[in-house]
Design a binder for this molecule. Structure first.
Ligand code: ACO
Length: 326
């Protein structure tokens, strides 16, 4: 039996830091408003990099950390809602940038659940026995899709990328239990890049809506109602209690959401790792950046058999939990 093993983590954020005070210079907002409602104090914003540049930086670091040659990679999956373009995929651009000539590459779109979905898919690709080495990256340049004239959304998001290297190993499974969910009926509460028929033969009168739009209250309610249930259901499948989990790495949207989650699943708040104060909400990149920072800090140790909960939630609507043993 072949299982995937998580053998390296990496992250990268653009050098430019934009603080809440910086934002208050260009729009009617304040550090107090943003920090008290979200926990966010700053975010990284690209100057001239695109999503594939951030993701390729992460991919290169992963190869170096594992001393793996690019040509030994079998696949590259990039989870993103802010790709360089629809074609070529951001993953294909990463493949070219790092010279992974034998890898197949594709993007996966599941918004802020993208990394969790992609890690689940990658785990199955390796468990199939067909592939041995794969990279899963969450990468976003959300600064190019937010509406900078809308203070209710633009203050929330940031740019960055994080990722993991998965390699075939014969000992124990990485994923102990999982539960991935979608509800397209509630999808319009978080949208971006909505396009319509516009050919000389079409009859559509709808306008395209390219910017990110969000019903903040609806998303908040979704996060605190559906997501704790999903975590508890996943733990039950793994036959574990919240106390058995070393750390919970949830999508970094808002610290108040994490406070409520901790109460709902009756787990100490300090087990919920948090870095949105430094990065803002980086959608598909938030969980792998958090994981990589925790590995760098020694809080999480690869190969230590620590048990983690990885939970994404966001546009689609999508949400999902992986209970992993690393
Ligand atoms: N600065 C100052 N005032 C602002 C700002 C801002 N940046 N943005 C909005 N406001 C004003 C509004 O105009 C409104 O004013 P009004 O009452 O005079 O009309 C008022 O603040 C709204 O304030 P609140 O009702 O206190 O806002 P709320 O508590 O709903 O907080 C927030 C908004 C933070 C977006 C909240 O709804 C939330 O956390 N939602 C979760 C959604 C989320 O985090 N989404 C991230 C993307 S989705 C995802 O990743 C899952």
């Amino acid at each position: 039996m072949t299982f995937a093993k998580l053998t390296a983590t990496a992250h990268y954020a653009p050098e430019q830091v934009v603080t809440n005070d910086d934002l208050s210079q260009i729009m009617e907002t304040s550090d107090e408003w943003i920090a008290s409602r979200t926990g966010i104090r700053q975010r990284h914003i690209v100057q001239d990099e695109n999503t594939s540049d951030l993701a390729a930086n992460v991919a290169q670091q992963l190869l170096e950390k594992a001393s793996l040659a690019a040509e030994d990679l079998d696949f590259i999956i990039v989870a993103t809602v802010s790709p360089d373009g629809n074609m070529p995929s951001t993953a294909s651009l990463v493949q070219a940038k790092i010279g992974a000539i034998k890898a197949f590459a594709f993007d996966l779109t599941a918004a802020c659940s993208g990394f969790v979905y992609a890690l689940s898919v990658a785990d199955k690709l390796i468990a199939s026995g067909a592939y041995r080495n794969g990279i899963v990256i969450g990468a976003e340049v959300l600064s190019k899709i937010v509406d900078w004239s809308d203070r209710s959304t633009s203050v929330l998001f940031g740019d960055g990328a994080g990722g993991v290297l998965l390699q075939a190993s014969s000992d124990t499974p990485l994923i102990l239990a999982e539960s991935l969910k979608s509800d397209g009926n509630r999808g319009m509460s978080l949208t971006s890049n909505l396009t319509h028929a516009n050919s000389p033969f079409s009859k559509s009168e709808s306008e395209d809506d390219l910017f990110l739009k969000m019903d903040g209250r609806a998303i908040f309610d979704f996060a605190v109602r559906d997501v704790p249930k999903n975590i508890l259901e996943s733990l039950e499948k793994a036959e574990l209690n919240p106390d058995d989990i070393d750390y919970l790495l949830l999508h970094q949207a808002n610290s108040r959401i994490l406070d409520k989650m901790a109460r709902k699943i009756k787990t100490e708040r300090c087990k919920f790792l948090q870095n949105m104060q430094e990065y803002g909400n980086t959608s598909a990149a938030s969980i792998p950046i958090l994981l990589s920072e925790a590995v760098d800090a020694g809080t999480i140790k690869l190969g230590s058999s620590q048990k983690l909960v990885l939970t994404g939630f966001g546009g689609g609507l999508t949400w999902g939990t992986l209970v992993v043993k690393i």
